[in-house]
Design a protein around this ligand. Structure first.
Ligand code: CA
Length: 436
């Protein structure tokens, strides 16, 4: 029996709303990878490109020490996680960065697969599309519990909120599995910049185009024509009998790896602040309407909320206007307005949602606790702790809740029992009576 091999192509576009590409994609005769970075402009591309560079180590003949392809895949994913942990330790400004990962390694007979996050793997077999990966998202958990339908999930306001990603933390749980390709199968790995914009029916139709190069081009084009809100990356593979002559017009005819997106950029110098880096305009990128500093970008919020220092002055300005409004007789209106605002701040040791404005005005109570959450401030990464202590404004209660959910998935030690908690410097010191 003739063995199988595959044709491949990787393609990305920055999209129509973003100025830089935080996706990384890779395709070669052995390896297919998509990583969708998160955590702000300067950190998301670092996370996805660092992860891809660890995964690329797999693009070689396996050795005995590697075990099988799935063992090798597991080891590479763990190395990627450790690499992010190291990058964060080296530069706390990038804390909160992370990446999704969809990766397939070919051992000559079958595919070893790793999946974490909401990048997806699809297979087109006998003209029928199936989604192979299960999104690690909040809305997917609602679908699994039967609380919403997949159709509702597609348009849910919190659809991009991730429950799992590679974040450089010990507690990450990717899915690993084997796949058995058949001749004629086409596999698609893609970032959510495709699937948020293009439905499965259209993906199926475009995957059936004559060549994978055409299919990849049309998938990306379709995402852009549907709005192109996010970076869009596709990696495609088509399995064929090993002895089938290659179509010389295919981009993979030269047999060389294809690498696209953030991983192709030169590393940027780290400056100590995520936001001090202005990404250079990308060739071919048509940035029309990058979200402004004060405009919340749901895509960023889902992963690692951006610091919003520029809002502090706004809050003070609005607070001052309330006071002026109260003095000026527009008291009822100003007070009513203030009570429709929300923010997140500490209440004792816990994270709480407040209604009102975070402002001290003598004799006036402009805010009150709306809800104390289950999230302990001390369990948050330092960067998020600082944000909560400074107060994180939210446009409404839903947004406040979303910020809290996002914080809660970054909790470092959610189940640490009180007895084993390490003493902190502020804890009372043990009695000195034992000291001689
Ligand atoms: Ca994305």
């Amino acid at each position: 029996m003739t063995g199988l091999t595959f044709r491949y192509v990787a393609l990305t576009d920055v999209g129509l709303r973003r100025s830089n590409n935080q996706d990384s994609g890779y395709a070669s005769p052995r390896l297919l990878v998509i990583a969708d970075g998160m955590g702000g402009a300067a950190a998301g591309d670092l996370a996805s490109s660092a992860t891809l560079s660890e995964l690329r180590e797999l693009d070689r003949p396996l050795e005995e020490d590697d075990g099988d392809a799935l063992d090798a895949m597991r080891a590479a994913v763990h190395r990627a996680n450790a690499r992010l942990a190291q990058l964060i330790a080296d530069d706390p400004a990038v804390e909160g960065m992370g990446t999704t990962l969809e990766a397939m390694l070919w051992d000559g007979e079958k595919l070893a697969v790793a999946h974490i996050g909401d990048s997806r793997a699809y297979r087109l077999r006998n003209g029928h599309l199936s989604q192979l990966s299960v999104d690690h998202t909040f809305v997917q958990s609602l679908v699994d519990e039967g609380r919403i339908t997949p159709e509702e999930a597609r348009v849910h306001p919190h659809r991009s909120l991730l429950l799992k990603a590679i974040l450089g933390r010990d507690d990450f749980e990717p899915d690993f599995t084997w796949l058995q390709p058949a001749p004629g199968d086409r596999y698609l790995l893609c970032s959510d910049g495709l699937t948020d914009m293009v439905d499965d029916e259209t993906i199926e139709r475009l995957l059936k185009l004559e060549t994978i190069d055409e299919a990849a081009t049309e998938l990306v084009r379709e995402a852009l024509e549907s709005g192109g809100f996010d970076n869009v990356t596709v990696v495609l593979a088509e399995f064929v009998p090993e002895d089938e002559p290659i179509d010389e017009s295919l981009s993979c005819a030269d047999g060389r790896p294809q690498i696209v997106g953030a991983a192709t950029d030169a590393p940027r110098p780290r400056t100590g602040t995520v936001h001090a880096v202005t990404p250079p305009p990308l060739e071919g990128g048509s940035s029309v309407g990058e979200p402004g500093a004060d405009e919340l970008d749901p895509e960023e919020l889902r992963y690692a909320p951006q610091p919003v220092p520029s809002r502090r002055w706004l809050r003070w300005l609005l607070g001052s206007l309330i006071v002026l409004g109260l003095l000026g007789g527009a008291a009822a209106y100003a007070y009513d307005w203030s009570q429709r605002q929300y923010y997140i701040a500490p209440s004792g040791d816990m994270v709480a949602i407040y209604r009102g404005v975070d402002l001290d005005v003598p004799g006036l109570r402009l805010s009150q606790v709306d809800r104390v959450t289950q999230v302990e401030i001390d369990t948050l990464p330092p960067y998020q702790r600082d944000r909560v202590e400074a107060g994180i404004p939210a446009a409404d209660r839903d947004e406040a809740q979303r910020i809290v959910t996002n914080l809660s998935i970054q909790v470092s030690d959610p189940v640490l029992p009180p007895r084993t908690r390490a003493p902190r410097p502020t804890d009372p010191t043990p009695s000195a009576s034992e000291t001689p």
